[in-house]
Design a protein around this ligand. Structure first.
Ligand code: RTP
Ligand code: MG
Length: 140
């Protein structure tokens, strides 16, 4: 077991429905600690850069449009095996396939408007954290 940091986004469908606290409670109940958090409205350029790995995918333009459709909350989460733990509490990308009790099962509206993003590896977590946060904004 090792203490890790991962990166999370509470997506526009969740902020629109005032679920910021409800989503964060799920993360905390899973043993993750919010060590940085800010509410932002991403620019198109920021969202395109963040999702650059998906730029050849058919859903890329829709995803960027969705991610800039309202404010999001970007967070750094800390805990034992934080990357995997966060993926588990998020649930499957498509809420129809998500396990009971997961964030996406309880809150997601669709495969796109699925309430949360979470880093899929420790390497990507470090890249994504650095994309949105300065080191001094993270307080462990
Ligand atoms: P995320 O990156 O947001 O944590 O989600 P993920 O790993 O479970 O899903 P990924 O395959 O990385 O896709 C990124 C986000 O793109 C949207 N998406 N739309 N319309 C579609 O078929 C489709 N597929 C994916 C979702 O918002 C997904 O979370
Ligand atoms: Mg992903």
């Amino acid at each position: 077991m090792s203490t890790e940091r991962t990166f999370s986004i509470i997506k526009p469908d969740a902020t629109r429905r005032n679920l910021t606290g409800a989503v964060t409670a799920k993360l905390e109940e899973a043993g993750l600690r919010v060590v940085a958090s800010k509410r932002i409205h991403m620019t198109k350029e920021q969202a395109e850069g963040f999702y650059a790995v998906h730029k050849e995918r058919p859903f890329f333009n829709d995803l960027v449009t969705f991610m800039i459709s309202g404010p999001v909350v970007v967070q750094v989460l800390e805990g034992e095996n934080a990357v995997l733990k966060n993926r588990e509490v998020m649930g499957a990308t498509n809420p129809e396939n998500a396990d009971a009790g997961t964030i996406r099962k309880e809150f997601a509206e669709s495969i796109e408007a699925n309430s949360v993003h979470g880093s899929d590896s420790l390497e990507n977590a470090n890249i994504e954290i650095a994309y949105f946060f300065k080191p001094e904004e993270i307080v462990g």
